[in-house]
Design a protein around this ligand. Structure first.
Ligand code: MEV
Length: 437
């Protein structure tokens, strides 16, 4: 039996690897070799990565790719994507090319408001608490002046603090619901620091207050919210229905109708909506990761937004009106292009440079477009050829690599499967046949 280890974090990297390989893996030498294979030979770069998190053993690679030809608000972009799933980048590129000749993508920022809350308990008189809050609100804001000074210089800061009475949901529960503008920063540290300051100020003002009969305010926690329904961006594509005529086996009318039907299904059917939105997140997460943003925050916020009316539903919408097909997305995205990993990770810097050093607002628009493009590509395949054809073709290389095919063999088999259905069994059969010739 393996016993717990004391002081693992204090071991050197080599010692950590030795320990984990010895205690948790069978082939110790192979584990150690594989882990070390991924070390970077540039020791400075390696150290940088080691220090991003704790207990680092090695690096975990994901492909960094480019989907070119995105025409967004009449400007051409090549979008960096970091993702492991075959066919996502190909699908994005295909959708970009499709819309390149049809006016491209149009985007609008609908809001940039970030949110944070101080959660607290109060047993006393509700009306007196409200009067007390009205009185101290300016003090709460000014108490954070040292934190907000720089943000204000950049045009951001605290937008509002509201007292919310949540006692109908939970006994004695109130919150300071705070909104912020954080400009090009995602703003998590700024917001959390402000909130902790508000909490401190609230507590001390309550103690000194003559208004509150029971001055005891119990702060439970202060934290930003990743639900940002007013940090919202819209991306859209539109063209005459007759221009949707890429696939000879479908008339553009039928194609447009089926696209709209597919979206309508995702709007009413949560089982479909989750997969539909997962496809959107293939594009969103890939760009969010490439640009060093927090994809867990984005995921959590986006899915909460997809359920904002009580039912989980599609993030995209589509319509046919006066012969025009329009397809759009509205998605909350709290992103940053300064701070965090954006100035630390060399690949993130390159990604942002490729994107022409976007502001946070511009990045919101690019990410929304990546999500919309991905959804368009997925539904387009689903309502025409089915998803497996393209997916398995892309997966072919993974299978061939797993089987140990040489470059020459891969070339021959990729050529062969241009005309044949790809399944694991058929690929294996063709591979064995080629080897035995
Ligand atoms: C696969 O990663 C994503 C899709 O399932 C999305 C969809 O069904 O819309 C293809």
């Amino acid at each position: 039996m393996i016993s717990p280890i004391e002081g693992f974090s204090k071991l050197t990297k080599e010692e950590k690897i030795d320990w984990i390989a010895k205690h948790y893996t069978v082939d110790v030498a192979t584990t150690k070799r594989v882990l070390k294979t991924y070390w970077n030979t540039d020791s400075k770069l390696q150290k940088l990565h080691d220090e991003f998190i704790e207990n680092t053993l090695t690096n975990y690679y994901l492909p960094f790719a480019i989907a070119p030809n995105f025409l967004i608000n009449n400007k051409l972009y090549a979008i960096p994507m970091v993702i492991e799933e075959s066919s996502v980048v190909a699908a994005a590129s295909k959708a970009a090319k499709f819309w390149l000749n049809r006016g491209g993508f149009k985007t609008t920022i609908l809001g940039t408001e970030k949110v944070g809350q101080v959660h607290f308990m109060y047993k006393g008189n509700q009306e007196k608490l409200r009067l007390f809050f009205d009185e101290i609100k300016p003090k709460l804001i000014s108490s954070a002046i040292l934190l907000t000074k720089n943000m204000e210089k950049r045009g951001g800061g605290i937008s509002n603090i509201a007292l919310r009475n949540k006692t109908a949901d939970l006994k004695n529960y109130y919150q300071l619901h705070c909104t912020f503008e954080t400009m090009d920063a995602m703003g998590a540290n700024f917001i959390n620091s402000c909130l902790e300051q508000f909490a401190k100020c609230l507590k001390s003002e309550a103690k000194n207050s003559t208004l509150l009969s029971d001055p005891e305010i119990e702060i439970v926690m202060s934290i930003l919210s990743n639900y940002v329904p007013n940090c919202l961006v819209k991306a859209e594509v539109s063209c005459p229905v007759e221009e949707l005529n890429e696939d000879a086996s479908f008339s553009s009318d039928v194609f447009a109708r089926k696209m709209v039907q597919a979206v309508e299904i995702a709007k009413v059917e949560p089982y479909r909506a989750v997969t539909h939105n997962k496809g959107i997140m293939n594009g969103v997460d890939a760009v969010v990761l490439a640009t060093g943003n927090d994809f867990r925050a984005i995921e959590a916020g986006v899915h909460a937004y997809a359920s904002k009316n009580g039912n989980y539903t599609s993030l995209t919408d589509a319509k046919i009106e006066n012969g025009m097909f329009t397809f759009w997305i509205e998605i909350p995205l709290a992103l940053g292009t300064i701070g965090g990993l954006t100035s630390l990770h060399p690949l993130v810097k390159v990604a942002l440079e490729i994107l022409q050093k976007p502001s946070a607002e511009e990045l919101m628009q690019l990410v929304a477009v990546a999500g919309l493009a991905q959804n368009f590509a997925a539904i387009r395949s689903l309502v025409t050829t089915g998803i497996q054809q393209g997916h398995m073709k892309m997966h072919l290389l993974n299978m061939l690599n797993q089987m140990g095919a040489t470059e020459e063999e891969k070339k021959k088999l990729v050529h062969h499967f241009k005309e044949h259905t790809v399944t694991h069994a058929l690929v294996n059969e063709a591979f064995q046949k080629l080897r035995s010739n």
